[in-house]
Design a protein around this ligand. Structure first.
Ligand SMILES: [Zn+2]
Ligand SMILES: [Zn+2]
Length: 300
């Protein structure tokens, strides 16, 4: 079966190839993959480089860089992008199709607040915003997660050089998200945690749980399939019942590839959940990021 996807013009070649492969193998994922292709195209817009993060002066050294930050960008552009993605979601087949399409046109959609709440992983705010536009909160959250990707990746491109070399936290040092998946990278199989949002990669002592921080080896284990061995496995923690997927790769994934690897390894999520492991529902930090328009700053 051939699946047609929006054309992606320039970069993201590795992500594009993976996306095409997943669409061929899993037609049931086509709606999400179509929207993901929209985020890849949007991410190529040079306008995102206008998003300038100002970091909080009083940020704790153990907090992610965007904690308390203000990001200045043309908010009209952010609003237009969010509405574009909602309109695209409204063209995909889902029980929420009509509601998503209506939200794209609605004055009640506060696109900037939605981006902030998504980046901040602010569940109560997201629930309030979904009620405001009459979209199921899961459906709204799924589109909003995708909508936040170009901005978060633009911030990471600027901030990666500022990540403290000694960062040894369990969450993303830029945006504070828990790792989506771990790379077991190269022939030496070095362990790199990867953020599914901004794409940042960071190291963590191999035998330590990113969620609760325990390095008690009797608490740490792994689920290894008989056919794939160490190449694709689940790292588990009996202390907090958390898990991280680990996938072997010869090279580092591009930021745009991480959500695709995350999706393609959903069988590992199911294996972990089947054994009563889970991922934390609460964020590591209350990020408190704010978006502002440069025009407002110069006017005030
Ligand atoms: Zn991140
Ligand atoms: Zn743990």
């Amino acid at each position: 079966m051939t699946v047609s996807l929006p054309t992606i013009s320039r970069s993201g070649g590795g992500a594009r190839r993976q996306l095409d492969g997943l669409a061929q193998a899993h037609p049931e994922w086509r709606s999400w993959l179509n929207l993901y292709a929209e985020t890849l195209r949007a991410g190529e817009d040079p306008a995102w480089a206008e998003a300038v993060p100002s970091l909080a002066k009083d940020r704790s050294p153990i907090a992610p860089l965007l904690m308390g930050a203000t990001v200045s960008m043309p908010l009209g552009q952010a609003d237009a992008w969010v509405r574009h993605l909602f309109a695209a979601a409204g063209r995909e087949e889902s029980p929420q199709t009509a509601a998503l399409a209506a939200a794209a046109e609605s004055d009640r959609l506060d696109a900037v607040a939605l981006l902030e709440a998504t980046i901040n992983q602010d569940a109560p705010r997201l629930a309030a915003l979904s009620a405001e536009v009459g979209v199921d909160s899961d459906a709204l959250g799924a589109v909003a997660q995708l909508a936040a990707l170009p901005l978060l990746r633009a911030c990471a491109r600027v901030l990666t050089p500022l990540v403290p070399p000694a960062w040894n936290g369990g969450c993303c040092p830029v945006c504070g998200a828990w790792p989506a998946v771990a790379e077991s990278r190269g022939l030496e199989r070095s362990r790199r945690l990867r953020c599914g949002r901004c794409g940042t990669d960071w190291g963590l002592v191999a035998l330590r749980c990113p969620f609760c921080g325990t390095d008690e080896h009797t608490q740490l284990g792994s689920l290894i399939s008989e056919t794939e061995g160490e190449a694709r496995k689940v790292e588990t923690c009996d202390n907090c019942r958390g898990y991280v997927k680990s996938v072997a790769t010869l090279r580092a994934w591009a930021p745009e590839e991480v959500p695709l690897v995350d999706l393609a390894s959903v069988d590992l999520d199911l294996a972990a959940i089947d054994r009563d492991f889970g991922r934390p529902t609460a964020p590591a930090f209350d990020l408190g990021l704010r978006l502002t328009d440069p025009a407002d700053a110069s006017a005030g």
